[in-house]
Unconditional design. Sequence first.
Length: 260
Amino acid sequence: MNQRKGARARAAARRAEAGPAAYWLYGRHPVMAALANPQRHCRRLLAAEAPEAKLEALARERGLTLERARREQIVALVPGGAPHQGLALLAEPLPGLALETACAGPAARAPVLVLDQVTDPHNVGAILRSAAAFGARAVVMTEAHGPPETGVLAKAASGALDLLPLVRIGNLARALDELAGLGYWRVGLSADAIETPAEARQAGRLDSPLAVVLGAEGGGMRRLTAERCDFLLRLPTEPRMLSLNVSNAAAVALYELARR
């Protein structure tokens, strides 16, 4: 009993070492992407096995000494059962980015994804991964109704958290107005919409820069958010399955937009 208490106390102490600002990233893709991102401040790098040459080179460039650790040490640092692949990186959250900084400028064909109260870190991470894969410009979500930056979110994003801007804003309505001012058409995804992306493309309604708005898991977009959109689109799903998980919907919508 005392040994178990001692092990729990040591694990808690190791977690506390990260402090209120830093947190542990884990898994090959999130760790490698964070090390390669000059905007990411990294503190410690742990590896349970002999590291690959690329990882060692990135660690040297960042001035980090790669520390060998037992797998059970890494297990104590990550959520229960998380696939850490023998790697853990203590890093600080990415610096905040203003909406205009992330979304203004000449990359007109790259869409921006706007999340309306999507709170599940696995979904946000998966959306970031799809957004990076299909060439989106940024993902925007509110500070109050979005998951914090954690190892869980970073693992679900599979490195995309350090590849694509994740912009946190205070008020979604104001952010949508600001995006309109930057030249974006605001397009909401809704199962109740009449028009599909293919039909909107034929009508020439997808030729401008687009901010694609996705609603929360289960409830979808809020009414006031939908009213602020310039138009709504629905994905052409079968009637017996009208809605998709929000991260799947994001991937399908981004694929449709990439075909423009």
